[in-house]
Design a protein around this ligand. Structure first.
Ligand SMILES: Nc1nc2c(c(=O)[nH]1)N[C@H]1C(S)=C(S)[C@@H](COP(=O)(O)OP(=O)(O)OC[C@H]3O[C@@H](n4cnc5c(=O)[nH]c(N)nc54)[C@H](O)[C@@H]3O)O[C@H]1N2
Ligand SMILES: Nc1nc2c(c(=O)[nH]1)N[C@H]1C(S)=C(S)[C@@H](COP(=O)(O)OP(=O)(O)OC[C@H]3O[C@@H](n4cnc5c(=O)[nH]c(N)nc54)[C@H](O)[C@@H]3O)O[C@H]1N2
Ligand code: SF4
Ligand SMILES: [Mo]
Length: 758
């Protein structure tokens, strides 16, 4: 055997196993030169700066997974799959989508996905396909975690915010375990710095003594699902002890006098008792936040996938803004993005899903109602689903009912690299190049004031016959007869004449037909993809996004050194950004903001922070009388279904062998509960919820409080090499109706459960 790529050396790319997308360097090798022999952090990457956790060393399990698909599959009548060629696949998929559009209307074709942790370009190109089909409804995983937070943020600041942990005096993690889940650059380094510095304070709110809580100065070990009482008590302390930043609020915020009465009479001791945290510790935490010159907050799944999640998102912001922690180093800030993940400007409009009339936040149908939008005879039900870069049958609530819903659809098309739980239910599975065989990027760039973007080129050619989603969408549009060929020709010619000519041609097309904006992604790919630097063709859509960013935040781009200085032609700025992105193999600081802009970017109607979110006041006042989780003697434990651990990465890596630790995906349980139930560490037990039952491996852990059990996320995948191994799929045990009344986000973290010895 010859070694093809032995001299390739270290090549820059990015890790795709969580949304941080740390810069990495990969050494390819092996017999075919396609193995990820070694992986290390890339010191030249502007945000990760050489940082990498333990996971990317296992990326070969993604790139060279034996269950990888290499040819399109079509379902036979008996449910088995047959391989078909690409012309057949494209013709049949386009034909069937068009037939459903023509018979029931494009609204009946539901699009799900568009990207995972390391790949967001497919969602960009899919916009053209959705437009061609007249498909209006879509969703993705954000609508089972972040939409409630986005809804609150839209009303309070009119912008999605993140916090600056690198410079904060106090860091507060609310249902977030960044030691394992990361979520901001170089998480472990930053956590250790905060923990080591006696002037700084780490506050962790988690029922578990999480790995982050091990470092905490104050661990508020709340009862599962008790966060609303805890946070209401903290804000009540601030109100009742006179610790609000009154003069700061007078300058920047409205609504304090509307909000204050809801907290003036809160019985703090009673709320602390119900939250399960000592009152003295709650008062100490509240005062530490109020005393701090800066405080940064991060709420995540522990509260977002839990009861009263929108109320908790609101209370968290009341505490942060009530103590003036916004718009300074070490506090919260709105993010500059190449493309906003959730468009906050549309959130406050009341848009509803066709069957269940669920609130659509940021354009996303709540994931929990998807089966109900299908399993009905309602004329507006979804009839077809196009799933791309997601595994909803595994990742969304109530997998059994999701399977039922998929079976009821007239057409399911799944675009993935592997045969997944979702793909197994599809009529057509269309395989694509991996994220290392095409250009890719994500829009998860949340740093401030320096914002980083990383378009990474392909490291490898795809295997014979495979190509990217951009190419797939282009072929589908061509088969639908929907690709504007004249526009492609015009732009192709204009590109060879230079950027001014190209811009002029593009904006002329847009002026002639505003609908062209939806077709632009695929048109750009066809027109200029081949002309872009090698291995960056899929970056074509970024040309249009760069033009938009350049008009929105020109000063931020110039501060990042984009463009030829303040006197240069403003029209050139978008192209300068595009070229800088194309040239930056290791990522790029594309925008530098100033903290003062945090105020200018408040998107509420009068530009001030709004403290009163009236729609939540009933839920807030209801805390006085409500139960934390309704008691059910049959299900005495609280299951958190889906915890991040050292070796979990959603369902990106399918072979359980990738996990160096925790390959059995065990249920964590406290020594007290294990003793009562007669369970042994490493043994097995039956775990039962209102939805289902499963046999699980047991891990006795003193991190757990009595009454609380926890299962990892991303486990229980079908894999040819190891059938039935690797733990339980958590959503076999969760229910769709267990969700937030406003945002529809699931209550996975507080699922009533029972554990029995077997
Ligand atoms: N290793 C790894 N990292 C990942 C991922 C991965 O799969 N693996 N996935 C990425 C993705 S998609 C996301 S969204 C993030 C999620 O990141 P996180 O939200 O940090 O992840 P989780 O471990 O699901 O939940 C965090 C914590 O919530 C706690 N919790 C459970 N119940 C409650 C409760 O009632 N109240 C409070 N306050 N806390 C509670 C759990 O004990 C846990 O420590 O992680 C990202 N990073
Ligand atoms: N019970 C419970 N459920 C949960 C969670 C939980 O904590 N508890 N966590 C939830 C969270 S926060 C999230 S974000 C979701 C994640 O769930 P999903 O959004 O479904 O994402 P992944 O599991 O990451 O699946 C990504 C898919 O993309 C495929 N893929 C990889 N590369 C490519 C590519 O280049 N192109 C294409 N087309 N496909 C590719 C992978 O094979 C995989 O099938 O899971 C959620 N589900
Ligand atoms: S922090 Fe996330 S992106 Fe960075 S190396 Fe670890 S898994 Fe990969
Ligand atoms: Mo997520």
């Amino acid at each position: 055997m010859t070694i093809l790529h032995s001299t390739a050396g270290w090549q820059p790319s990015a890790c795709i196993l969580c949304e941080c997308n740390c810069g990495i360097e990969v050494e390819l090798g092996g017999r075919d030169g396609r193995r990820f022999e070694r992986v290390r952090g890339d010191k030249a990457h502007p945000s990760s700066r050489g940082y990498a956790c333990e996971k990317p060393s296992r990326l070969d399990y993604y790139q060279n997974d034996p269950s990888r698909l290499t040819t399109p599959l079509r379902r036979r009548a008996d449910g088995s799959f047959e391989a078909i060629d690409w012309p057949t696949a494209i013709r049949e998929v386009a034909g069937k989508l068009a037939a459903i559009r023509d018979q029931y209307g494009g609204d009946s074709i539901f699009y799900y996905g568009g990207g995972g942790q390391g790949n967001h370009l497919p969602g960009g190109y899919a916009r053209s396909l959705r437009a061609a089909l007249g498909s209006r409804y879509r969703s993705n995983a954000l609508a089972q975690e972040k939409t409630g937070e986005a809804w609150v943020a839209a009303q309070m600041t009119g912008a999605f915010t993140r916090s600056d942990f690198e410079h904060c005096e106090v860091a507060v993690f609310l249902g977030k375990n960044p030691w394992f889940s990361h979520g901001f650059p170089r998480a472990r380094i930053t956590l250790r710095e905060i923990a080591r510095d006696p002037e700084r304070c780490l506050i962790v709110i988690d029922p578990r003594r999480s790995e982050t809580a091990d470092l905490a100065d104050i661990h508020l070990q709340v009862r599962p699902g008790g966060d609303a009482w805890l946070l209401a008590a903290i804000f009540a302390v601030l109100v009742q002890e006179g610790r609000l930043a009154e003069s700061w609020l007078a300058l920047h915020a409205d609504g304090l006098e509307t909000v204050r009465p809801h907290f003036a009479m809160v019985p703090i001791a009673d709320y602390c008792e119900r939250a399960g945290v000592a009152e003295a510790l709650v008062r100490r935490a509240a005062n530490r936040i109020a005393d701090a010159s800066s405080a940064a907050f991060f709420e995540d799944l522990g509260v977002q996938m839990n009861r009263r999640s929108t109320l908790v998102s609101y209370l968290h912001r009341l505490i942060a803004y009530g103590t003036g922690h916004y718009g300074r180093p070490g506090t919260a800030h709105p993010v500059t993005s190449i493309l906003p993940l959730i468009t906050t400007s549309t959130i406050t409009r009341d848009v509803r899903s066709p069957v269940t009339h669920a609130r659509i936040i940021g354009g996303l149908v709540p994931c929990n109602v998807i089966p109900d939008e299908i399993l009905t005879d309602h004329p507006k039900r979804f009839r077809a689903m196009f799933v791309e870069a997601a595994n909803p049958v595994h990742s969304l609530a109530d997998a059994p009912r999701m399977r039922e819903a998929f079976a009821a659809l007239e057409l399911v098309v799944v675009v993935d690299v592997a045969l997944t739980e979702t793909g197994r239910l599809a009529d057509y599975v269309l395989p694509v190049a991996t994220q290392y065989e095409k250009a890719e990027a994500t829009f998860f760039n949340f740093e401030f004031p320096k914002n980083v973007f990383h378009l990474r080129g392909a490291l490898l050619d795809p295997p014979e016959g495979l190509f990217s989603e951009a190419e797939l969408h282009a072929r589908l549009l061509e088969a639908l007869g929907a690709l504007p060929l004249a526009a492609v020709d015009t732009l192709k010619r204009a590109w060879s004449l230079g950027r001014p000519a190209f811009r002029e041609a593009f904006f002329r097309l847009l002026a002639a037909d505003p609908g062209f904006v939806s077709m632009a992604p695929v048109v750009l790919f066809r027109a200029i993809g081949d002309a872009l630097p090698k291995a960056k063709a899929e970056g074509a859509v970024l040309w249009a996004l760069a033009q938009i960013v350049a008009t929105q935040v020109p000063a931020s781009l110039r501060r990042a050194g984009i463009g030829a200085g303040p006197d240069a032609d403003p029209a050139e700025l978008g192209d300068a950004l595009f070229d800088a992105i194309l040239a930056a193999d290791r990522g790029l600081v594309f925008a530098v903001d100033e903290w003062s802009e945090a105020f200018a970017r408040i998107g509420t109607p009068n530009g001030r922070i709004q403290l009163a979110v009236a729609e939540l006041f009933d839920a807030l006042d209801g805390l006085a009388t409500e139960e934390r989780i309704p008691v059910d003697a049959e299900y005495p434990l609280v299951l958190s279904a889906g915890e991040r651990r050292s070796f979990t990465a959603n369902t990106i890596l399918r072979d359980p062998a990738w996990r160096k630790k925790g390959a059995d995906g065990a249920l964590s349980i406290s020594p007290v509960d294990a003793g009562k139930l007669g369970l042994a560490d490493g043994g097995r037990a039956r775990l039962t919820t209102r939805r289902g039952s499963a046999v699980v491996a047991v891990e006795i852990s003193d991190r757990m409080q009595p009454g609380h059990v926890s299962l990892p996320n991303g486990t229980g995948l079908e894999h040819p090499g190891s059938p039935g191994q690797g733990g339980v799929a958590p959503n076999e045990l969760t229910r769709g109706e267990d969700c937030d009344p406003i945002a529809g986000t699931p209550w996975h973290k507080s699922t009533p459960a029972r554990v029995e010895a077997i």
